[in-house]
Design a protein around this ligand. Structure first.
Ligand SMILES: Nc1nc2c(c(=O)[nH]1)N[C@H]1C(S)=C(S)[C@@H](COP(=O)(O)O)O[C@H]1N2
Ligand SMILES: [Mo]
Length: 263
């Protein structure tokens, strides 16, 4: 089980909103199976990410619930919009300090050696050479200030910079008709994402946090940042990626978290 670390910053009173949300759902849906599923699987983070609402009062909870129309990965994939952008924020709105999270504590953060680091690239790609950090830094860089939402009940706004993942995938001649991109991390973490999300303009192969090289705790040397997906879909310390048609799941996904995990 994941140890709950008390969030220093949460959008609002998560428990109260969730209670409210579940009660409303129970009233709205009269199919018992669907109701039971939602009561088990709905989280505050999921609700706010999926609907784009900040869920800070009852009216917003109500509005958010009426927008919920996705009950599984297939439906979520079908309604994913490749062009719809997640909200962006100003420098002044950045959450400081930005929270750390992993399946272990901050004292166990993995240290990856910069000099020997290479990103392995395999699977359905034309160019399978492994990338040094210098090579990744030489590609066109972009910044984004977006909100990270963790299913444990906190969210925070941060600034990340790096290479647009779509640019990278095109550069390496990835088969863009493949279903998935999978990631292996320097800890035991792994995850995989759908190709439409991989190609989304805000999906960033991230090398910096707040204008500085990613510190170890936020995923040095590289993480994948997707403001359209929940926190657990954003792998830190990536050491290998592969393009594939074979479903490979993820660390939390294989323990029951929703695989699509986004909007
Ligand atoms: N390699 C790795 N990536 C990971 C995790 C992890 O444990 N290991 N945890 C995920 C979860 S649940 C969250 S909320 C975010 C936290 O990122 P942060 O430390 O930058 O806030 O990392 C995600 N990516
Ligand atoms: Mo998370």
């Amino acid at each position: 089980m994941k140890i709950f670390k008390a969030p220093t910053l949460s959008v609002i009173d998560g428990d109260a909103v969730l209670h409210e949300a579940r009660t409303l759902i129970a009233k709205k849906l009269d199919q018992p199976s669907r109701r039971a599923f939602l009561q088990r699987s709905l989280t505050l983070g999921g609700l706010s990410l999926l609907t784009g609402c900040s869920i800070s009062d009852n009216a917003q909870v109500e509005a958010a619930l009426t927008k919920i129309s996705r009950f599984n990965d297939k439906v979520q994939g079908l309604i994913f919009s490749p062009t719809q952008l997640a909200p962006t924020y100003t420098e002044a709105e950045i959450t400081r300090p930005f929270p750390f999270n992993a399946y272990y504590g901050e004292d166990e953060v993995r240290e990856v050696d910069e000099a020997s680091y290479k990103l392995e690239v395999t699977g359905m790609v034309a160019d399978k050479h492994a990338w040094t950090l210098a090579e990744l830094r030489a590609m066109p860089q972009h910044d984004q200030i977006t909100r990270h939402i963790c299913v444990e009940g906190w969210s925070a706004i941060g600034k990340w910079g790096g290479v647009r993942f779509a640019d990278f995938l095109r550069h390496i001649g990835a088969d863009l008709t493949a279903k998935y991109v999978g990631f292996k991390c320097a800890d035991d973490y792994y995850t995989s994402i759908d190709m439409p999300t991989a190609l989304h303009p805000q999906t960033l192969l991230t090398l910096t946090y707040d204008g500085q090289p990613l510190p170890p705790k936020y995923g040095f040397p590289m993480k994948l940042r997707m403001p359209t997906k929940l926190g657990y879909k954003n792998p830190k310390h990536i050491k290998a990626m592969f393009v594939t048609n074979t479903y490979t799941g993820g660390y939390w996904e294989d323990q029951g978290y929703n695989w699509f995990g986004g909007s």
